[in-house]
Design a protein around this ligand. Structure first.
Ligand code: TYD
Ligand code: MG
Length: 462
């Protein structure tokens, strides 16, 4: 037996993985409170193995660039988030709440992959996985299944099947008996992940680790996991709705701005190629408190409806503010600007703001939409049905241009909008849509026909 080496009791931070000889209320590594848990440490055995033959330094001109190209997964929405596909030898962590569809997405990925793949199920039996694969019409001949939780056996299975892509579902249920830490502990999760990362790099295999998330949305276990992998993906959504959002919070091979959208159907996850139409499907026109914004998610324009409900607050009680899908701090700031710069009486109103469907968005181009929806709600007057708006609102009440104006306008035009209120210096566009320019929030309010003293504006007359 190898582990006769000395073991000692330590206290490890469940957030950042820092090891402390004594218990303390606060972690000295990350500063979080009450995160230290008891663990055992063997003489350095959960340290990453150092490869024996290390390459020396290379002149940058001699470094080959033919590795690191992403290989398409044939799942378009996943490729979008990953910047084209999966890079050989990369390690990805996929986080998400239970039941959101992580296993489904990864099974679909492996089943459609052209080369051999291995799905390690450390939570479900091979029969359960097979049944799911049948439901997805994804019973692929190159897909190996292995229901196993012990890391040495998993490594043997990788050796035997020589897969191009491996899924470990989930990393929290895998354990390595050679590590002294208890199964499921921080030390185990970190040690197992580190060994898998080494295997991925040494054998040029892409590995995807599934990670459970806690209620507040962060990955359970040490944050250290996020540091040792190349890519961290989050799968989000409301379990009561079928829409699922995939985002990268870290990506060594590309941007983290892109949003992937899926719908959970009875035959698995289906990509949503036209999210604008989906988000506008339930929109009712002529209702006060609604504004339509062509917003940007990475390189993709998405037209969404922003809704605001305003209600006279109770005198003496601080007004209620609620933001769903929008940043609540930004909402407060915009309401303050409306009050101070445009004399819209927002201060004593209860304000509830939401993106239609509650999809989380944060982008400066939404500002003008939030403001006009709020004015529309407070004054109980709808915006014209064919008008969309976008622009950033500054603290002085000025409107500032935002990026990708042309793409926003083309998307708004495609969806049938004929006029767009934009900041005055927003670039010209080829799209078949009329630009209404406004330098300030007050000008935009007037242009939308929502002015306090000028209800009959250019727009209302149409
Ligand atoms: P699953 O992939 O098991 O989620 P996770 O691995 O993130 O825990 O998916 C769970 C839910 O998805 C489950 O409640 C059933 C539903 N589902 C469908 O609606 N359609 C399908 O084709 C499949 C496979 C699952
Ligand atoms: Mg699962």
């Amino acid at each position: 037996m190898a582990s006769s080496s000395r073991t000692k009791l330590v206290h490890v931070c469940s957030e950042c993985g820092t090891s402390h000889p004594k218990w303390a209320g606060r972690c000295s590594g990350c500063g979080d409170w009450n995160t230290l848990v008891e663990d055992v440490e063997t003489g350095g055995s959960d340290q990453p193995a150092v490869p024996s033959s290390r390459p020396g330094p290379t002149l940058i001109g001699d470094v080959g660039t033919d590795t690191g190209h992403p290989v398409s997964t044939s799942i378009e929405e996943l490729d979008r988030v990953l910047g084209g596909g999966i890079v050989a030898g990369s390690v990805t962590l996929l986080g998400g709440e239970p039941g959101i569809g992580k296993s489904t997405l990864l099974l679909q990925l492996l089943a459609t992959w052209k080369g051999p793949t291995l799905y390690v199920s450390a939570e479900e039996s091979a029969q359960q996985v097979k049944l799911r694969a049948e439901r997805l019409n994804a019973d692929h001949s190159n897909l190996w299944l292995h229901a196993e939780t012990s890391l040495p056996h998993i490594l043997d299975a990788i050796e035997q099947t020589r897969p191009e892509v491996v899924v470990i579902d989930s990393i929290q249920t895998v354990n390595d008996p050679s590590l002294a830490s208890l199964s499921g502990s921080v030390g185990q999760v970190r040690g197992c992940a580190q060994r898998l990362v080494n295997v991925a790099k040494e054998q040029n295999i892409s590995i995807i680790l599934v990670g459970h998330v806690t209620k507040d949305g962060s990955l359970a276990g040490p944050r250290v996991l996020e540091h040792i992998v190349d890519t961290v993906l989050q799968f989000e959504g409301d379990r009561h709705h079928s829409l699922r959002l995939l985002r990268a919070s870290k990506h060594r091979f590309g941007s983290t701005n892109e949003l992937g959208l899926f719908e959970m159907a009875t035959t698995g996850l289906i990509g949503v190629p036209d999210p604008s139409s989906l988000f506008l499907a339930d929109r009712r026109t002529g209702v006060p408190g609604s504004a339509v914004v062509p917003t940007m998610e990475g390189q993709r324009p998405i037209v969404v409806e922003v809704q605001v409900l305003a209600n006279a607050g109770i005198a003496g009680v601080p007004p209620r503010r609620s933001a769903q899908g929008l940043d609540s701090g930004r909402l407060s700031m915009l309401l303050a600007v409306l009050g101070r710069r445009s004399r819209v009486p927002a201060a004593d109103q209860d304000i509830y703001a939401s993106t239609a469907g509650g999809v989380k968005l944060s982008e400066p181009g939404l500002d003008l939409g939030v403001c006009l929806a709020a004015v529309s709600a407070i004054r109980d007057q709808p915006l014209p049905a064919d008008v969309a708006v976008f622009g950033e609102v500054g603290l002085g009440g000025e409107l500032r241009q935002v990026g990708h104006a042309a793409r926003r306008l083309t998307e708004a035009s495609r969806l049938g909008f004929s006029r767009v209120i934009v900041p005055s210096n927003s670039p010209e566009s080829d799209a078949n849509i009329r630009l209404i320019r406004a330098a300030t929030l007050s000008e935009a309010i007037a242009a939308a026909g929502l002015g306090a003293n000028a209800p009959i504006s250019e727009l209302r007359a149409i």
